[in-house]
Design a protein around this ligand. Structure first.
Ligand code: ADP
Length: 372
């Protein structure tokens, strides 16, 4: 039955690649569209279309004849997805949900309208407009659209920093005194069934806003875990989500939980679910969008996930380093097969599992030394 369903993914990066691997377990065949003819997903499906997910014509042409469309990135054409919905194609998450989340300001307004605690912020039209908000500095400036991995985020300490600010529509947020950064992935299907994964804790590198590593289960108080999980469920219901949603949150020094941002798709913070959870986030997404019961989200092993970023040391000695890394029991390598490795680019990730978090951390330290 499942093999007759035509499922499409907009975006062909590593998240789409991992989704296809799980779709194969369900016997599904998956079509993918990405503008890069060498996108990581091309390794996993023969049904690849080279096209731009933000183009109305390309998305419409790709979606015609499919049963269900989902996304692995938010930068997609909403009008085309609405048109496809009219034509009977199921689009999950819904075009309205994607549209709300695509823009960090409308996302914040939506959350506020549902009494979800967020970081206070104002909309900024562009660089010159920032001078009207000098009294709000220091602050965190974020591009409203298309930011990822910290590339659309900068801290403005004083008015002198405005000179180097993004000249684009932005949100200027209060600078939060962050104690922890955590994330919860929540799944919801058409029947309204909801399941959350345990919160994970993300540790970011100081200077680059890029994820350093991530632990699951998060080593934080149970009361915070409960609060974070309740917020994720509330947001999934408010959005009438069908699919999965990553809810990134800050825990402040005063133990307040604030929602930082949402991603209505598979997410970095759920990579570990492949090895450490009963149901991976990718399987959960497929279950949710195909009208199946959601899977058990239980974590059966402590885990730590590290991104592998391209460095000179890694590119010079790749084979030897990966060989040493794979000699460590419980180290699971995911290599994305990206063409061309610019320095700093995410080339893959490693999930380390073991029976105790102490063992996991010790192995992670060894792996970090190997990679650097
Ligand atoms: P991206 O969409 O690029 O991941 P985020 O909004 O998640 O951007 O911000 C990236 C990182 O920047 C966060 O993980 C956090 O470390 C830091 N950051 C974001 N907003 C704030 C803020 N208001 N105050 C302090 N640090 C912040």
């Amino acid at each position: 039955m499942l093999e007759n369903l035509k499922v499409g993914i907009l975006g062909g990066g590593q998240l789409g690649g991992m989704l296809i691997r799980h779709a194969i377990d369900f016997g599904l065949s998956i079509s993918v569209m990405d503008k890069d003819p060498n996108a990581p997903c091309t390794r996993y499906t023969s049904l690849f279309t080279c096209g731009n997910p933000t183009s109305y014509e390309d998305v419409l042409a790709f979606g015609k004849g499919l049963d269900v469309i989902t996304i692995e990135m938010e930068a997609v054409n909403i009008d085309a997805l609405r048109e496809l919905t009219q034509q009977g194609v199921k689009v999950f998450p819904s075009p309205d949900t994607i549209k709300t989340i695509q823009d960090k300001y409308t996302q914040k307004q939506f959350l506020l309208s549902h009494n979800i605690p967020v970081v206070p912020g104002v909309a900024i039209e562009g660089k010159s407009d920032l001078h009207n908000y000098e009294n709000k500095l220091p602050g965190c400036l974020k591009k409203r659209r298309d930011g990822y991995d910290g590339y659309g985020v900068m801290v403005l300490r004083t008015a002198a920093d405005i000179e180097k600010a993004f000249d684009a529509p932005c949100v200027l947020e209060e600078l939060v005194d962050i104690k922890h950064e955590i994330a919860v992935i929540v799944g919801r299907n058409e029947q309204g069934e909801i399941k959350c994964y345990d919160p994970v804790k993300m540790i970011f590198s100081e200077e680059k806003f890029v994820l350093d590593f991530q632990e699951a289960p998060a080593q934080i108080e149970d009361s915070i875990k409960k609060e974070a999980t309740a917020l994720a469920e509330k947001i999934a219901d408010a959005l009438q989500l069908v699919g999965i949603l990553a809810v990134e949150m800050f825990v402040t020094k005063e133990n307040k939980v604030l929602v930082n941002e949402l991603a209505p798709r598979p997410h970095n913070s759920g990579h570990h679910t492949i090895e450490a959870s009963t149901t991976s986030q990718y399987e959960q997404l497929l279950r949710a969008i195909l009208g199946m019961p959601l899977g058990d989200t239980g974590l059966h092993l402590p885990s730590l996930m590290m991104n592998i970023l391209e460095t000179e040391a890694l590119s010079a000695n790749r084979q030897e380093k990966l060989q040493r890394l794979l000699a460590i029991p419980g180290a699971h390598l995911h290599w994305y097969g990206k063409s061309g490795g610019k320095l700093g680019r995410k080339m893959g990730h490693i999930t380390i599992t073991d029976s105790t978090m102490e063992n996991v951390v010790a192995k992670a330290e060894t792996i970090r030394k190997i990679l650097n």
